[in-house]
Write a protein that binds this ligand. Structure first.
Ligand code: ATP
Ligand code: MG
Length: 286
């Protein structure tokens, strides 16, 4: 029987769309109309289990799933014995402490003797221990942000991304305990066959991640400026240079990092580059 890699994904919620999308970008297509809890890839030896995100590390530790996609916040909070294989670049958020906006918060010692509501008791306790703070942790399962307003807590420890939920509940963020994003985790005792499948998947994920960080750039340049322009966009090995139909001009093709392409574009224009096109890259293998 063919070995299949079992991956656990969040059944619904913030990570669902991006988790399915990254598989798709890796060329892995799920079957339509299958049962909502278990799916099978059409073109990769993979089964997909859909679970509550909190349960994913346990399933991966037990080997019920071989790998999973889950927020690092959940990985560290559940503290299961799993391998953190690769960060995936989506689901970014931070686990933070917040207090009512009108409080005079100087530093973490403010939290001494206070009641803090959270769904992350383990990570919060670690933070408090590290800072020698004695506080009362109130573990609740949701709507943490309303607890100070109704007098159930003096502070909260919760996930934040934009901060708008904190703001609309009259809270201010005072400490960041953990920066988190979605990650691929794996069981620590995968069979050699499964390790090979994971390696294949990881190779594809890394190609997709690299492509997202880079753009394909095309431009026209006067031949007497080719040297400068090539040094600005060196690309993977060197830019491709093709003659244009007009005497004295060439077309350059290369790859630039998303992070600094605006700076590069300025210098390119200063050196006579024209007709600059920036195009997304789908996969990138170095
Ligand atoms: P489940 O029903 O699977 O238990 P959930 O309600 O616990 O879902 P979601 O709210 O869907 O979880 O969040 C899933 C993950 O998305 C979080 O664990 C975190 O890693 C990430 N995330 C990113 N931004 C935020 C945010 N602003 N608030 C909460 N989670 C966020
Ligand atoms: Mg959950």
């Amino acid at each position: 029987m063919e070995t299949k890699l079992k991956i656990a994904l969040q059944k619904s919620g913030r990570l669902y769309d991006d988790s399915v999308k990254i598989l798709k970008e890796c060329g892995i297509e799920l079957q339509n109309g299958m049962n909502k809890l278990l799916n099978e890839a059409m073109n990769f030896p993979m089964q997909i289990l859909f679970l509550r995100d909190d349960d994913i590390p346990q399933y991966v530790e037990d080997g019920v799933a071989d790998i999973g996609i889950v927020g690092e916040n959940i990985v560290y909070e559940t503290n299961k014995n799993v391998e953190l294989v690769e960060e995936l670049g989506f689901g970014k958020c931070r686990l933070s402490v917040a207090v009512p906006r009108n409080e005079n918060y100087a530093d973490a010692q403010f939290l001494n003797g206070k009641r803090i509501a959270t769904t992350y008791p383990f990570l919060l306790q670690n933070f408090l221990d590290k800072h020698n703070i004695k506080a009362e942790i109130h573990e609740i399962s949701g709507s943490v942000e309303i607890t100070p307003g109704v007098g159930l807590a003096d502070a909260i420890c919760d996930l934040v991304s934009s901060g708008s939920t904190l703001f609309s509940n009259g809270l201010k963020e005072t400490e960041v305990i953990l920066n988190s994003q979605a990650a691929l985790i794996g069981n620590k005792n995968l069979s050699p066959e499964k390790q090979l499948l994971l390696k294949k998947l990881l190779f594809r994920i890394q190609a997709v991640k690299k492509a997202k960080k880079n753009k394909y750039i095309l431009l026209n340049a006067p031949n007497n400026k080719l040297d400068v322009i090539c040094s600005l966009i060196p690309g993977m090995k060197s830019p491709t240079i093709l003659p244009l139909g007009i005497e004295g001009w060439s077309s350059l093709h290369s790859v630039v990092q998303e992070d600094d392409f605006w700076n590069i574009i300025e210098s390119l224009k200063d050196n006579g580059a024209e007709g600059i096109l920036i195009i997304p890259i789908e996969k990138m293998v170095l």
